[in-house]
Write a new protein. Structure first.
Length: 302
């Protein structure tokens, strides 16, 4: 596990204020402004981090996602509004987890923190063994690009690029040549039923087709983690069901860890684990029956 701490000093990007969900979406493929700042971490926290690093490397494989004591607060005039209140959980590799909650429960804020699109007020987030909470912006962008695929409710396709070029975008942003990713991009578009629409621009595609392009883009780099924020929220029932099935099929084929944010119980029912938020806190964390049986069998085997 990599801990970005050096002689008691942690790193974080320039100061960021509270952002809207759309602003976080827009920043996913853009570098955020702001110079680097330094702040001192208590020695006790450094020791705890080092002990966790040694313990996990010796006794068990680190979870794909780990959240510890995560808090997010914003100032609203003279008062402080607590959006997340000390959330902690882990997600093992390959698990499909649904995060549920009513509007204002903090689920979209949590997803933004998991993606490194916002900075926590306190606590840590680990992705695939790397703590991202205190990384400088350039390193954070590298981790995000190689570790996370993101599916947005509003698609977030580049209007001046074709479907094929949109899927290729993460590949090119990682300094790879366009030609080296063409086979993979075409294969993904064919898998989502758009093999004959590769040269179409977003304006020429329906909402369901645009979201299918976004799905293909999310899996382009074979990321170990895919985060999906209400991926069917802008679609009708038929298209929403189709997109969900494609997402689950791609996730099963690629073997990713999938985190889905939704307010729809029917959508969450497909997940192997469901975490419910209310007023910034976890009020339930339940495994589906099949996943629970698998974990019990694994424990017996050990």
């Amino acid at each position: 596990m990599r801990i970005c701490i050096c002689e008691g000093v942690g790193f974080r990007g320039g100061r960021r204020t509270a952002t809207t969900k759309r602003q976080r979406d827009d920043r996913y493929y853009k570098k955020r402004p702001g110079s680097l700042h330094f702040f001192h971490l208590p020695k006790s926290e450094m020791l705890k981090s080092e002990m966790r690093t040694v313990s996990e490397s010796v006794t068990t494989k680190a979870p794909m996602i780990a959240v510890e004591g995560l808090r997010k607060s914003i100032r609203n005039g003279s008062r402080t509004v607590d959006i997340l209140k000390g959330i902690s959980f882990t997600v093992p590799q390959g698990q499909f987890i649904a995060i549920m909650g009513a509007s204002g429960s903090g689920k979209s804020t949590l997803l933004g923190l998991l993606a490194g699109l916002d900075t926590p007020s306190a606590g840590n987030v680990w992705l695939n063994g790397t703590v991202i909470s205190y990384l400088p912006e350039d390193q954070l962008a590298q981790v995000r690009g190689k570790t996370i695929g993101f599916v947005f409710q509003s698609y977030q396709l580049v209007p001046t690029l074709t479907a094929l070029e949109n899927v290729l975008l993460p590949h090119e942003l990682n300094a790879d040549t366009k030609e080296s990713g063409l086979t993979r991009a075409r294969e993904l578009l064919a898998n989502v039923g758009l093999g004959d629409r590769m040269s179409h621009y977003p304006v020429q595609l329906s909402g369901g087709e645009q979201q299918r392009v976004a799905l293909a883009r999310a899996f382009m780099l074979r990321p170990p983690i895919v985060l999906a924020d209400e991926p069917t929220g802008n679609l009708d029932t038929t298209n929403g069901s189709h997109v969900l099935n494609l997402l689950l099929d791609l996730n099963r084929i690629e073997g990713t860890t999938l985190v889905l944010v939704t307010h729809d119980p029917a959508l969450a029912a497909h997940a192997g684990r469901r975490i419910v938020l209310s007023d910034g806190q976890i009020i339930s964390d339940d495994l589906a029956e099949s996943d629970n049986e698998q974990q019990q069998s694994a424990a017996v085997a050990r």
